[in-house]
Design a binder for this molecule. Structure first.
Ligand code: ADP
Ligand code: MG
Length: 476
């Protein structure tokens, strides 16, 4: 039997506003528990929410970018449920009239591209956090996150594999960071998704019964969780049994999903229009301002890099694909003129280090001053490219500037012809057999002499000068 996978993702994007969706409390990450909380977030009786317009502007920017319909009048609803980290006993969300309707996102897998349609995107408040393992016998509640603005983006069930789901989340990450809608920090929960997964016989039109894997917050886990779930469902159906519609959790340690709760019916939530808030109306002037201030997107940046900095199409595309990298490149490009060397370093060594630690460049110890300085020192031949690599390793760990490292470790390149010639004469004197063999026609030994010079100078001799002088001194 050939099975087909069907996935729909519900992505939660934490909007990068300074304050919460309905209160003036801060949204800063990492504050000590229950300090970013005011009376509205605690749900005290008699307090009233007021809408943070900035969250709407960000949501609308997202909607415009995906070609969606923007509902300039949108309505909040109450979703009622009881949970200890939800002080009001309900979550304010948008049900019938969300801010963003429709639109689509382009994803790229193995060089082919596909359009995933978006059902809707609505604004809602986040809940607090329950902490179960820090106080023996007690659960603790941290309400710092309660009321943080989220944009929930719901896709159509058009994603056909774990790989496509990852590509979708990567496209989403790129879009929300480029639009400055969210910091996109997955480790801190700013971008996470629920994956709805079902399978059906290939060719079937009808959708199979789905399960929903909750709260996945890394690209790697999205892929693993979905792959596990697909295999599990195939096994069930091939045994002649039925998949139960339920909510599941992915356990990354065991690499498996397991049931969390059976799926509530939507009407259990007793949705009704939020009586404490008027419909939110966005004026035509506000819409125009949002359009006028629209940020540059990856494709536009790419084209500009080719024109303005003379980058190759390939380099421009890689650098522009990450907002963090593009910002860094543009800052550094103000402080050096060797743009191609700068982009080589960003795409090569620097990306390799970033990928190894799975961080973005703004999360590293590097800054654009130091990287531009490194490029300049290689460009003006103060150091060789090779020494540059070892200086870079030191910059990566300590965050020091290249000039400090060159100074403190005496790494300045030797470009003085006289000094290099002296060293070359020593090498020739100390290796008479090799000299004879070389002069006798063993050309390959040239590399040996270069190596000896580099060894004596600890890699500091200017390679062009070494080559030139060696050739002169070893004339046949
Ligand atoms: P709910 O809000 O109860 O989770 P929705 O009908 O709004 O349910 O769907 C949520 C997500 O589940 C959407 O992304 C949708 O595309 C996806 N989805 C719905 N049915 C299926 C299915 N049978 N298989 C896979 N995904 C599905
Ligand atoms: Mg859902």
């Amino acid at each position: 039997m050939i099975w087909e996978t069907v996935i729909g993702l519900e992505t939660h994007v934490q909007l990068s506003t300074k304050t919460k969706l309905f209160s003036r409390a801060s949204t800063a990450f990492g504050a000590s528990p229950n300090t970013n909380v005011n009376l509205v977030d605690c749900g005290l009786p008699g307090v009233l929410p007021s809408v943070n317009k900035e969250a709407f502007y960000k949501a609308i920017r997202f909607g415009i970018a995906i070609g969606a319909q923007i509902n300039q009048t949108s309505i909040f609803d109450r979703k009622n449920y009881f949970y200890a980290d939800l002080p009001k006993g309900y979550q304010i969300t948008q049900m019938d009239l969300p801010i963003v309707l429709g639109g689509s996102i382009e994803i790229i897998t193995d060089d082919s591209s596909k359009t995933i349609n978006i059902t809707r995107a609505h604004l809602e408040e986040d809940a607090g956090k329950s902490i179960h393992d820090e106080y023996d016998g007690f659960s603790a509640i941290d309400l710092n996150r309660a009321g943080t603005p989220l944009l929930e983006i719901v896709s159509e069930p058009e994603i056909s594999s774990a790989k496509e789901a990852v590509a979708y989340m990567k496209a989403m990450h790129q879009l929300v960071t480029y639009l400055d809608v969210s910091d996109g920090n997955m480790a801190q929960g700013s971008l996470r998704c629920d994956a709805n997964v079902s399978i059906r016989k290939k060719g079937n039109k009808e959708l199979g019964t789905r399960t929903e894997i909750k709260n996945i917050n890394s690209f790697k886990f999205i892929e693993k969780a979905i792959n596990y779930e697909v295999k599990r469902q195939i096994k069930i159906l091939e045994n002649g049994e039925k998949v139960t519609q339920e909510t599941r959790l992915y356990d990354s340690v065991k690499d498996e999903t397991r049931p969390m709760r059976s799926k509530e019916f939507a009407n259990d939530y007793r949705y009704f229009p939020e009586p404490d808030l008027l419909p939110v109306v966005i004026s035509n002037e506000e819409m125009q301002t949002i359009k006028d201030e629209f940020p540059e997107l990856p494709k536009e940046k790419e084209n500009r890099y080719i024109k303005e900095f003379n980058l190759s199409a390939y380099d421009a595309q890689i650098i522009a694909s990450s907002k963090s990298m593009a910002d860094f490149f543009e800052d550094a490009a103000k402080k050096t003129t060797n743009y191609s060397l700068l982009s080589n370093w960003l795409i090569g060594d620097i990306s390799a280090f970033l990928n190894k630690e799975m961080i973005e460049i703004h999360e590293s110890k590097l800054n654009s001053d130091n990287v531009a300085m490194l490029i300049n020192r290689i460009d003006d031949q103060t150091i060789s490219g090779k020494i540059g690599k070892s200086i870079f390793e030191e910059m990566w760990v300590s965050g020091s500037s290249p000039d400090e490292i060159i100074e403190s470790q005496g790494l300045k390149q030797i470009s003085d012809d006289g000094a290099i010639e002296e060293i070359i004469m020593t090498v020739i004197r100390d290796n008479p057999d090799q000299v004879e063999a070389y002069l006798g026609g063993k050309d390959k030994l040239f590399g040996f002499f270069v190596g000896q010079v580099m060894k004596l100078t600890e890699g500091k001799a200017n390679p062009q000068a070494v080559n030139k002088i060696l050739k002169e001194q070893l004339k046949k």
